[in-house]
Ligand binder design. Structure first.
Ligand code: FES
Length: 101
C-alpha cells in the first residue's frame, strides 16, 4: 500500500465534493461537517461518475439511475446498484489529505 495525496482540505467547501484524478484513477472527496470522506468515483451499477450526482448528508446520489451510496461504509442503499463503492481511510497531515492505495 502506498500513501497517496489526493487533495488539500481547503480545496473542498464544507458540504460539497470534488473529483480528484491521481494516476488515472478518479476519487470522490467530500467534506461534510468538516469531516473528509474519500471514495471511488464510479457507480457500481453502470459507468457514472458519482461526483456528477449530488450529496445528501453523508450519502451521494448517482446521477444516472439514482442509487444512493453511504460515503462512510460505501454501501449501496437502494437499487439498482447493489455493490458497494470503495471507501478509503484518510489521513490529514498539514491540511493535505492522504489515502492508502
Ligand atoms: S449508473 Fe448509478 S445507479 Fe445506475
Amino acid at each position: 500500500m502506498a500513501k497517496v495525496k489526493v487533495a488539500h482540505v481547503n480545496d473542498i467547501v464544507n458540504g460539497e465534493m470534488i473529483q480528484a484524478t491521481i494516476n488515472s484513477k478518479n476519487y470522490l472527496i467530500a467534506k461534510i461537517d468538516n469531516n473528509i470522506y474519500v471514495t471511488s468515483d464510479m457507480c457500481t451499477h453502470e459507468d457514472a461518475e458519482l461526483t456528477m450526482g449530488c450529496l445528501d448528508g453523508t450519502k451521494v446520489k448517482c446521477p444516472l439511475h439514482g442509487s444512493y451510496f453511504d460515503l462512510k461504509s460505501g454501501k449501496a442503499l437502494n437499487e439498482p446498484a447493489d455493490e458497494p463503492i470503495i471507501t478509503y481511510k484518510t489521513l490529514i497531515e498539514k491540511g493535505h489529505i492522504f489515502i492508502d492505495e
